[in-house]
Design a protein around this ligand. Structure first.
Ligand code: CUA
Length: 482
């Protein structure tokens, strides 16, 4: 029996040593989440501080172990030894081993406090022009708001090299923590209590970020990527974020995907934050989603969701879990929890309200949505007019409605995503003073965000690309609906 316990102990020891050795591999400087291969002055000062403390700890460890081994051997009990003289207390020794650790702790505290002070009070004035970003934690993804440039991204952070970046950190649900191991330290993201951190990256490249505070089922999968660019490349990226994607051509996978997206996904995901005003609108929408979710966390129709503007330019999926491509995106849309356990999307969105929790869409429909999302990239910038007028010049407005609008609007009173179109003539007449029903409907098709009716999500894309004649025909048709 005793032999077996000894056997188990040695097996545990071997396991422990093997595990420790593998753990140490995680510290190699080229590991993505290692704090040693640093790419910024703050991470560098923290790494240096760690190495200093580690060096002191090594000296203490060697001194203590050496003394222990020396004393164990020298004063080992020999054959015939009697019980040694019993004593209690030794003032000299006790003072010595109180003073030595106190001196060591003071020695360690000085550079630690200098480091904390230098990073605590925001970016020092001599570091150059500051880039301000608000980082918001959500279960389980990151939102980045560039207040200086009115740009919003999710899970992918783009910053310029050598410029100080100041982050305001908050959360729209539970406590998360913002951490970019190679560039800066970590600070908690607390709901209703803003925290701050700043960083400078001094190397161009792609770096890993990670939530570092346990925040629920998918905490370990709450990651993000940091892309550090040269200043001019960063400004070019900002420019691209203000360039709308080209609208899909009619009767393509992209156009079918766009309609399916509008009908099934656009209640929670914005995908067109490129125009002036869309920055504030997205923040308001995100706040509205947050409030809606707080009111009823189990059954709310709206939950916070990543902004998918120019999603086709992203490199990863599910906040950094998988590489983004058509195959992984199809897998994600069909059954998100096969990739990331516990996503709110699967729990809350109507389209997943099925027996097995998988999307209530055909394989073809899922593929079309994926194709559409991957096509979301900065466009040519030119206003694309489809102007799909038949050869005989007669526009079939009913068919235009069926192709472009019916996924979100019914012809009666039923609400799909937007309001039903039945009796729109009477409602439109006195909606905006100075606009006739005709003008109001026309404007609402071409530039829908101008007159969002309360209670509806601001998700409708503008349809100016249909061309003036087609939009006019559509308005005439809508005015006839009882
Ligand atoms: Cu968010 Cu852990």
């Amino acid at each position: 029996m005793k032999k077996k316990i000894v056997h188990n102990k040695s097996r545990f020891l071997v396991l422990f040593i093997v595990f420790s050795i593998f753990s140490i591999f995680g510290c190699t400087p080229d590991n993505n989440q290692s704090t040693f291969g640093t790419a910024g002055p703050i991470a560098n000062s923290q790494a240096n501080l760690f190495l200093l403390i580690f060096a002191i700890a090594v000296v203490v460890f060697i001194a203590v172990e050496a003394a222990l081994i020396y004393i164990s051997i020298k004063f080992r009990r020999k054959e015939g030894d009697k019980l040694p003289y019993q004593t209690h207390g030794n003032t000299k020794l006790e003072i010595t081993w109180t003073i030595i650790p106190a001196v060591i702790l003071i020695f360690v505290a000085i550079p630690t406090l200098i480091g904390i002070w230098s990073q605590q009070n925001g970016v020092p004035d001599d570091k150059g022009q500051v880039l301000n970003i608000e980082a918001v934690g959500h279960q389980w993804w990151f939102e980045f708001r560039y207040s200086d440039y009115e740009v919003i991204t999710s899970n992918e952070l783009h910053i310029p090299k050598g410029r100080p970046v100041s982050f305001k950190l908050s959360s729209q649900d539970v406590i998360h923590s913002f951490w970019v191991p190679k560039i800066a330290g970590k600070v908690d993201m607390v709901p209703l209590n803003d925290n701050y951190i700043w960083m400078i990256a001094d190397e161009v490249g792609e770096f890993y970020g990670q939530c570092a505070e346990f925040c629920g089922t998918s905490h370990a999968h709450m990651r993000f990527r940091v892309f550090v660019h040269e200043e001019e490349d960063f400004l070019a990226w900002v420019d691209q974020m203000h360039t709308p994607a080209d609208p899909p051509l009619p009767n393509t996978a992209e156009s079918r995907g766009q309609m399916l997206f509008a009908a099934n996904c656009s209640m929670c995901h914005t995908n067109n934050s490129t125009t002036p005003g869309s920055y504030i609108m997205e923040i308001n929408t995100q706040d509205a989603r947050w409030n809606n979710w707080i009111d009823d966390t189990e059954n709310s129709a709206l939950v916070s969701a990543p902004n998918l503007t120019h999603f086709g330019t992203h490199s990863t999926l599910g906040s950094g879990i998988k590489d983004l491509n058509h195959e992984t995106l199809v897998e994600w849309i069909a059954d998100p929890s096969s990739i990331k356990q516990g996503t709110r999307m699967q729990k809350q969105a109507m389209v997943y309200n099925t027996r097995d929790g998988k999307a209530n869409l055909t394989d073809g429909e899922i593929s079309d949505i994926a194709t559409y999302l991957l096509s979301l990239k900065p466009g040519s910038g030119a206003e694309l007019v489809i102007d799909d007028i038949p050869a005989d010049g007669v526009i079939d407005a009913e068919a235009v409605f069926a192709t472009n609008c019916a996924a979100c609007h019914s012809l009666g009173n039923d609400v799909i995503v937007g309001p039903g179109m039945g009796g729109i003539k009477d409602r439109a007449a006195d909606r905006v003073s100075g606009l006739s029903a005709y003008e109001y409907i026309y404007e609402s098709i071409v530039e829908p965000q101008a007159y969002i009716v309360e209670g509806y999500p601001p998700v409708m894309p503008g349809w100016a690309s249909l061309g003036d004649e087609t939009v006019n025909a559509l308005v005439e048709y809508l005015l006839t609906l009882e």
